[in-house]
Design a protein around this ligand. Structure first.
Ligand SMILES: [Zn+2]
Ligand SMILES: [Zn+2]
Length: 346
């Protein structure tokens, strides 16, 4: 065991504070990662505040981890000391079920082990990226290509894969009209990726406040959803809509924006159930789908794609002492577009 510095929430809703945690000794197939940057995802805030139910405390959040390998176990073949690597939302799975074998470890039928707020297969509680170091099995580590700076790469480990996977699955590309709902941490990366895939991209945001940013990030069009005319003008327009917002949406209205056979994919997670009228799905054979992060192979594919297209997150770097303030700003939608902790300040 090694004692490392971290920022943790000691109890639900409590502010995060500097503390120390134990990391396991490096095992045969483990890599020790010197964490350089950790993104602040909205999920961190939901979990610290038990917005999705009971959580484990003390909690060290953080599942957007970028760093450098500083030690490897004797059986490790994929990485060596000095490699630039990332860790996303999961750190283990059963590795035997059909989903795991297919590279869909995040859908492991026995339950993937989340990077924090979870119990590992060894019975130990997992702690996330708001720490100086983390020990992870090499099979749950991805390589960050040289072309990507570690700070702008960190948010890709959650926000990047969360938007890349549904855009790929539902065919975003040349000749397709894609809408991204919400221009926040997830949405702004989604716009960049959809644009790089060759789709015609529209941002649907509450107001036109971030319109200039949206167009610079690669959107072709930008509409305010607070304006009812938007829903008339864009009716039947899109092949694909990816909703990244965690506020409850009027799904019936958004389904009305799809072409016949179009898909609305939800990746945001509101804390309350959402209602919609089935007629809005039946008329036009619409598809209402979900998507949750991605497996390890697709996460690597996403990072390689982002490096090739020069895509990183738009970030605001903060010191660890600013985490609590950053949480308040995320909740107030006052971040452009992802806070990234400089882990050297922990
Ligand atoms: Zn996340
Ligand atoms: Zn499995």
């Amino acid at each position: 065991m090694t004692t490392v510095a971290a920022y943790a929430a000691p109890a639900a809703n409590a502010p995060l504070e500097r503390t120390t945690i134990e990391r396991r000794a490096v095992r045969e197939f483990d890599v020790l990662i010197d964490i350089k940057f950790a993104g602040i995802c909205h999920t961190d805030i939901h979990l610290v505040r038990e917005g999705w139910g009971e959580a484990i405390f003390p909690m060290v959040p953080g599942h957007e981890i970028a760093g450098v390998v500083s030690e490897v176990g004797p059986g490790v073949t994929k990485y060596k000391v000095g490699d630039r690597v990332g860790v996303g939302c999961l750190v283990d799975s059963c590795r035997e079920c059909d989903n795991c074998k297919a590279g869909q470890e995040h859908h492991c039928v026995r339950g993937a082990v989340q990077t924090y707020n979870a119990i590992g297969r060894d019975g130990e509680i997992t702690y996330g990226g708001y720490a100086t170091h983390v020990v992870v099995d090499e099979n749950f580590v991805v390589r960050i290509p040289d072309g990507l700076s570690l700070d702008v790469a960190a948010p890709l480990l959650c926000a990047g894969i969360t938007t890349y996977a549904p855009l790929k699955q539902w065919g975003a590309g040349p000749g397709k009209k894609v809408a991204v709902v919400g221009l926040g941490g997830l949405g702004h990366v989604g716009v960049k990726i959809a644009h790089a895939l060759g789709a015609e991209v529209t941002v649907l945001s509450q107001s036109l406040r971030k319109k200039d940013d949206g167009l610079k990030l690669g959107a072709d069009h930008y509409y305010a959803t607070s304006d009812p005319k938007t829903f008339e003008e864009l009716a039947g327009s899109f092949d694909l809509i990816v909703s990244t917002v965690s506020a409850p949406l009027d799904l019936s209205a958004y389904l009305g924006l799809l072409k016949t056979g179009g898909a609305l994919v939800n990746v945001g997670v509101p804390e309350e159930p959402i209602a919609f009228h089935p007629f809005s799905l039946i008329g036009g054979n619409k598809i209402l789908a979900g998507s949750m992060i991605g497996g390890i192979p697709e996460t690597q594919e996403m990072l390689d794609f982002c490096a090739e297209h020069g895509i990183g997150a738009e970030i605001e770097r903060i010191a660890a002492s600013e985490i609590n303030q950053a949480y308040e700003r995320v909740l107030a939608s006052d971040v452009r577009y992802r806070f990234v902790i400089d882990n050297a300040t922990i």
